[in-house]
Design a protein around this ligand. Structure first.
Ligand code: HEC
Length: 240
């Protein structure tokens, strides 16, 4: 057993005496032997106080938590996994709404409009339902892409037709691969300027190029074409 120096023992006794109001004559152990009936009741708390006071770092015993603190501590906490869920929820909502919007737009794209016109305006009758050709030239498999550089370039020809274009004039690129196509060489094609709007002609031209001839476009080019179509008045209520 380690020896406790006398001066420390003496100091401890003094503290105890001070705390118990000078009682406890033997100054040492707070055992039951020294206790009066009144002292017995308080012996245990007093002893606890005395040791607490004697310990150098001793402070007040921890208070029991207030009821609301205890309630907060025992309450079920919000689980951590809810954080990413809550974070992603608005993102999901935005994506969801955008997808809904895209579907609505897809109902009236230039391509769907163009497909309708190609079938209903007679193009399919002369050029084939899939653009394979007939009375008119084949438009599929890249053929039309050789003649015209863009959908916009095709507008004047489709609007005019053979007669207004002028017999002998080159249709599209005069340096076309395999030789220029001259109006009147094959058979007369009617002009569609009277029956179709510019936006409709643009739409059917796009349909021929992108669907029937498989023109390869990146997202940016398609976006630009969509804008062009809208500027011509496409996507509105009137077409057909
Ligand atoms: C009556 C038949 C007929 C109809 C209907 C018709 N075409 Fe034509 N198309 C032709 C003929 C014939 C030519 C060649 C004209 C010529 O030789 O002068 C031609 C040429 C074309 C060309 C040039 C092809 C190339 O690569 O050289 C395009 C593009 C075209 N037609 C698109 C259309 C579209 C779009 C429609 C419908 C809006 C349409 N055609 C309706 C008969 C027709």
């Amino acid at each position: 057993m380690t020896e406790v120096p006398d001066y420390l023992l003496e100091r401890s006794r003094e503290r105890r005496r001070a705390l118990t109001g000078g009682g406890d004559g033997d100054g040492g152990d707070a055992g039951p032997a020294a206790a009066t009936p009144a002292a017995v009741k308080s012996a245990a708390p007093v002893a606890a106080l005395a040791t607490a006071a004697a310990a150098p770092a001793a402070v007040e015993p921890p208070k029991p938590d207030d009821p609301w603190v205890a309630a907060a501590k025992s309450r079920h906490k919000i689980p951590l996994w809810i954080l990413p869920v809550l974070f992603l929820l608005p993102l999901w909502a935005i994506v969801y709404v955008q997808l809904l919007g895209e579907n609505e737009v897809e109902a009236v794209t230039a391509l769907s409009t163009g497909a309708g016109i190609y079938a209903s305006s007679g193009c399919a009758g002369c050029h084939g339902a899939a653009g394979g050709g007939g009375v008119g030239y084949q438009l599929s498999e890249g053929e039309v892409l050789k003649t015209f550089a863009s959908a916009r370039d095709m507008i004047p020809w489709i609007t005019a037709g053979t007669e207004d274009w002028g017999i002998g004039n080159a249709i599209g690129d005069p340096n076309r691969e395999g030789g220029a196509r001259l109006a009147g060489d094959r058979a007369p094609m009617p002009g569609f300027g009277a029956s179709l709007t510019e936006a409709d002609v643009f739409a059917v031209a796009r349909y021929i190029r992108e669907q029937l001839s498989g023109e390869e476009l990146d997202a940016e080019e398609i976006e630009a074409l969509d804008l062009e179509w809208e500027e011509l008045g496409g996507g509105g209520s009137e077409h057909g």
